[in-house]
Design a binder for this molecule. Structure first.
Ligand SMILES: [Zn+2]
Ligand SMILES: [Zn+2]
Length: 775
């Protein structure tokens, strides 16, 4: 290259996105050194600021490489490049950060161990050999150990460990992949594991602790293992006896348990894995991935009884790999808490909650500052669905076009709670918190709210909640708004469901939204037809924009006999459906399996309860309709976990061959009500003639067809579906096919949960776009 071609230039470059705490500066340093560029890089409130000086072609190639060679955990949202006068600085340096303005800094979620670190962990003689906490800038924990920003070692739970000379060298060397990796540590200087019995008596330390844990698992014992975001209960997933014991301890009858494996081969021996599922399974996020079970499943029967899916995750930390190395079987890996209680992050919590139900504890001395459950992901209708946003994905950061002047905080809802916030040029969705139904969960939510406000240094000007008067989050929002004189916005549940999908796809115009879920507090109808207060929605078709939702269609209401109790006893829901159209005598004559074995007084009593609107509120819920069908088909008697009826219906439907039944469909009446009389009639008439699977699949097909029919009437609207009902794979597969054949796009959430876990993001989108964030 001639000198004339390669004239010397200087460029200033700004990079926005996830560029801090992910090894961005060493990468930039290497790229600059390789091209003999001089200048500097620093972190600042804008993200990353770089100046380079050198040959034009080297500078251009540097700018290209910034994007193509960015470190794996980084995410570049935007780059700006400007020319500037030459400075002749002679070398390239990493300059210490400006005072940190937190507007565009974010915290990376925890990530699974990378291949380089794995190699070191299994190489004898390496200082990371058999070290359970090996990590680098490309992998390992982040969110779970940050106390405050900026993300720097003194502000993490690694502050308790002084680096040995070798680790300090790596930490300080811009060409090392551990340069400024805050959790950097090794066998000589980092956290240690310990093995105790369930009373807390120390049995072994370090590598001996590992050997003891392996032996205990082989011996059919239950071991609580401290991971990255919390403790797991672990045991041999092929041993029926120990799995049953673990279920009793957790007080979970049938809810599917996830298993951990140490290789793709082991996963493939348990389940059918398609390429997209494999990609998810092996990604650095390492979520629990729901896969279709193999029929000849070599696991204990009670791992996931009666459902076609198996939750599988690959080991994600060196500790797990070391543990599994000599085990030739998959492990149950379920969060260490009793059903309805917060996930345990400290030894004392494990002992308190589960002491009498576990045999041993494999603990370590690095504090978990923020609990984070495992994420759960599935592929439905050909696309990814995050069912639980936790370790690996959360906090989920989404860039905003415009900075907000006034921070917003959205508190989400009661079930599958998550918190979302907007500050600077970002919206952030926090990790899954669970159902806030107990005092312990309420307290845990309160602590999490404090943590989030501190961690992100946010003083919200507006707080957003659901409209449900009895949700803890609604009450908390009211209290906050009073105490701190904040404005308080309330967004209707199903409106927020649709808004969450709009947030993910950055939509602000009017869309046609199908919000089908279990239950949510509805708006009173203007004509008062469905009662004015406490209307339980869940089968709504809404014309939604940022500000408002107009209900254009809804499922014909039916009564939930005895209110909430019906959710546990789907036979009550079935009876509520039937009583809309049949007399009690007609129902008795049907001789349905759901009512068999019940005393004669049972139907009569429930009939009386049904007649009292105070005890049996009306609902339009599609989720509850599915529950009623599962009962009609004799699939579920008592519900053990939320969504069980839907899963059982899926299990029944999965292999059913379906012939078309034009009469088995929902009908739309002129006032917008979605009528289900004919569909129910068909099922009652056909249930003895057709297989259970056939009847199950008919309902799911009818829902898809109804959505298609309604969408047909709104040809110019984007179609959005959201709510727990759309976690049903058969429904999603049907919808995907239907919309493809009509050449119409169907929008759902892929990064955010379609269930209530995504609602905080929808609430936030309303606040952001309706102007609550601007001065
Ligand atoms: Zn690594
Ligand atoms: Zn060290």
């Amino acid at each position: 290259m001639s000198i004339t071609e390669d004239k010397v230039v200087r460029r200033k470059i700004r990079v926005w996105g996830i560029v801090q705490g992910v090894g961005f500066r060493p990468t930039v340093y290497r790229l600059a050194i390789e091209r003999q560029l001089s200048g500097f890089i620093l972190n600042n409130g804008q993200g990353v600021y770089i100046e380079i000086e050198g040959g034009l072609s080297a500078a251009d190639s540097f700018i290209t490489a910034l994007k193509t060679d960015a470190p794996p955990l980084s995410r570049i949202d935007r780059v700006s490049v400007d020319s500037m006068p030459l400075q002749n600085d002679g070398e390239f340096v990493i300059t210490s950060s400006d005072t940190v303005d937190l507007d565009s800094i974010s915290i990376s979620p925890d990530k699974g161990v990378c291949s380089h670190c794995m190699e070191e962990t299994f190489t004898a003689g390496n200082r990371h050999y058999q070290y359970p906490f090996t990590n680098c800038t490309h992998c390992g924990p982040r969110y779970s150990l940050v106390r405050q920003l900026p993300y720097d070692r003194p502000w993490t739970s690694m502050a308790d460990f002084a680096m040995c000379p070798a680790c300090a060298e790596a930490y300080g060397n811009p060409l090392d992949r551990r340069y400024h990796a805050q959790p950097v540590s090794c066998n000589y200087c980092g956290p240690e594991i310990r093995f105790t019995d369930s009373s807390g008596n120390l049995l072994a330390n370090r590598d001996k602790a590992l050997m003891h844990a392996v032996a205990a698992l082989k011996d059919g014992k239950i071991v609580a293992v401290k991971g990255i975001g919390g403790f797991h209960l672990m045991c041999d997933a092929t041993n029926e006896e120990v799995v049953a014991r673990l279920r009793a301890g957790k007080r979970r009858l049938r809810k599917p348990l996830a298993v951990m494996v140490n290789s793709l081969e082991m996963a493939a021996s348990l389940a059918v894995i398609d390429p997209l599922e494999q990609e998810i399974l092996e990604s650095p996020e390492r979520p629990i991935t729901l896969l279709q079970k193999r029929l000849e499943l070599a696991l204990a029967e009670s791992i996931a009884p009666g459902v076609p899916w198996l939750g599988v995750m690959l080991a994600y930390s060196p500790l797990h790999y070391l543990l599994m190395e000599s085990l030739k079987f998959p492990l149950v890996a379920t969060s260490a808490n009793v059903s309805g209680m917060p996930i345990a992050t400290r030894f004392s919590q494990v002992i308190e909650q589960l002491g009498q139900h576990i045999d041993y504890v494999l603990d370590h001395n690095r504090n978990i500052l923020h609990a984070c459950d495992d994420s759960v992901v599935q592929v439905a209708g050909g696309r990814r669905q995050v069912l639980r946003l936790g370790r690996g994905y959360a906090p989920l950061v989404m860039p905003l076009e415009q900075a907000v002047d006034k921070p917003l905080l959205a508190l989400g809802v009661q079930q599958k709670n998550s918190i979302a916030l907007a500050r600077g040029k970002q919206m952030v969705v926090g990790p899954y918190q669970g159902d806030l139904d107990s005092l312990e969960m309420e307290a845990s939510f309160s602590r999490h709210l404090n943590d989030i406000e501190q961690l992100f240094e946010i003083e919200p000007a507006t707080v957003i909640s659901d409209k449900h008067p009895h949700y803890i989050t609604t009450r908390m929002a009211q209290d906050l708004s009073k105490e701190r004189s904040l404005s308080h916005l309330q967004v209707q549940h199903h409106h927020a469901h649709i808004l969450a999908v709009m947030a993910e796809h950055r939509l602000t115009g009017e869309v046609l939204g199908f919000a089908f879920d279990g239950t949510g507090y509805g708006d009173p109808s203007p004509d008062g037809k469905d009662g004015n207060t406490g209307v339980i929605w869940g089968g709504e078709v809404l014309l939604v924009d940022i500000r408002q939702a107009k209900r254009c269609h809804y499922l014909k209401p039916f009564r939930l006999i005895g209110g909430e109790r019906a959710i546990k006893e789907p036979a009550r829901i079935l009876l509520g459906l039937l009583l809309e159209y049949y007399s009690l005598d007609e129902i008795k004559a049907l001789d349905l399996p759901a009512f068999k074995g019940k005393p004669a007084s049972w139907l009569n009593n429930l009939y009386k309860v049904w007649q009292s609107p105070g005890l049996s509120p009306l609902t339009t819920s599609m989720g509850r309709m599915i529950d009623g069908w599962a009962s009609l088909l004799g699939l579920v008697d008592t519900v053990d976990f939320e969504g069980e009826c839907g899963l059982r219906l899926e299990a029944a439907a999965i292999d059913a061959v379906i012939s078309s039944h034009p009469e088995a469909r929902f009908n739309l009446s002129s006032d917008g009500v979605i009528q289900w009389h004919r569909l129910l009639d068909w099922a009652i008439d056909q249930r003895t003639r057709k297989t259970t699977g056939h009847c199950a699949v008919i309902l799911l097909t009818a829902i898809a067809r109804m959505i298609g029919d309604i969408a047909h009437c709104y040809p110019n609207h984007s179609v959005v579906v959201s709510g727990g009902v759309f976690q049903n794979r058969i429904l999603m597969n049907n919808l995907a096919m239907l919309f493809q054949s009509k050449k119409r796009s169907l929008l759902t959430s892929e990064q955010l949960p379609p269930n209530d876990g995504g609602i905080s993001a929808g609430q936030l989108w309303h606040g952001l776009m309706s102007g609550a964030c601007q001065d």
